[in-house]
Design a protein around this ligand. Sequence first.
Ligand code: NDP
Length: 336
Amino acid sequence: MRFRYLGNSGLKISEITYGNWLTHGSQVENEIAAQCVQAALDAGISTFDTADVYANTAAEAVLGDALKGERRESLEIFTKVYWPTGPRGHNDTGLSRKHILESINGSLTRLQTDYVDLYQAHRFDTETPLEETMQAFADIVRAGKVLYVGVSEWTADQIRAGHALAAELGFQLISSQPQYSMLWRVIEPEVVPTCRELGVGQIVWSPIAQGVLSGKYLPGQPPPAGSRATDEKGGADMIKRFLNDDVLTRVQGLRPIAEGLGLSMAQLAVAWVLQNDNVSSALVGASRPEQVHENVKASGVKLESDVLAQIDDVLGDVVERDADKTAANSPRTRAV
Ligand code: NDP
């Protein structure tokens, strides 16, 4: 496993991060979840990502149990705040001072740790003044509960404004967590150039497009048994944006490219995001330990420019590149 700096901070993270959205506390049994975490540790992954909202707080608890007994200093544990949790009361959401200060305490208890390495604003909160949010982050950094602060799915302008306030308040906003894959490149025109300028690193989610870029979903055929597309607890709904025959046919065209390089299609997908020098880590999920073993082999793979060009030719116009899709990802108003 290779390691990269997270933005221009001094924090090193594994080039591949293990994330537990839709799996822990939901799609997979706790025993399988623990096996996936162990597979990640065995492969040299040191960085783990979760969120208070995943499985309505259960995912943090499953990860906390799975990491129990590991040397804390050898891990980087990331979580997030914004989406409604618990009974979804009127203050159980957003980036208000009240919710940030309360939510971090709940996350630390569930994760069984005194601090998280990175605390991320899961979306931009249009209803709370950014100054209030950043002051609350500054206070939990000072209190030692959080080492660094990041954001997720913020636009370039939002990142710039948050970064400036963080600097004024004396803490570091070092990361952005957007969706990024061969199929979803909306950060390339605006978010990435701004982050390069500011020294903010990307931790990119769904690099395998939720499993679609593994090539296992075939056009015109039902999804394989046990896959995310069959997970009625939430996964099926989340993956459906990619499940159309146009996309699936193009994706099959990547198979010879992967084979020519001696890679699986999932490895090619993870390696692809790691070619971007603003990407600090590829944030992969897994429903089985074998997937972790397979995907980690993408660390350190170099893809030459002719291969990148072939990938672009094969995928053609099914690639989403519209920069406005980042703004569309944050709700205009809070959910509750
Ligand atoms: P991926 O694109 O890595 O998809 C992971 C899923 O794809 C697995 O659960 C598995 O699903 C399937 N898969 C993985 N490897 C293989 C393989 N080798 N062969 C076949 N199928 C495979 O990422 P996720 O969508 O899971 O997201 C990763 C992480 O990103 C999350 O856990 C979370 O931490 C973060 N995230 C952040 C968001 C944000 O808003 N900040 C939003 C979403 C995710 P299955 O076996 O069930 O088909």
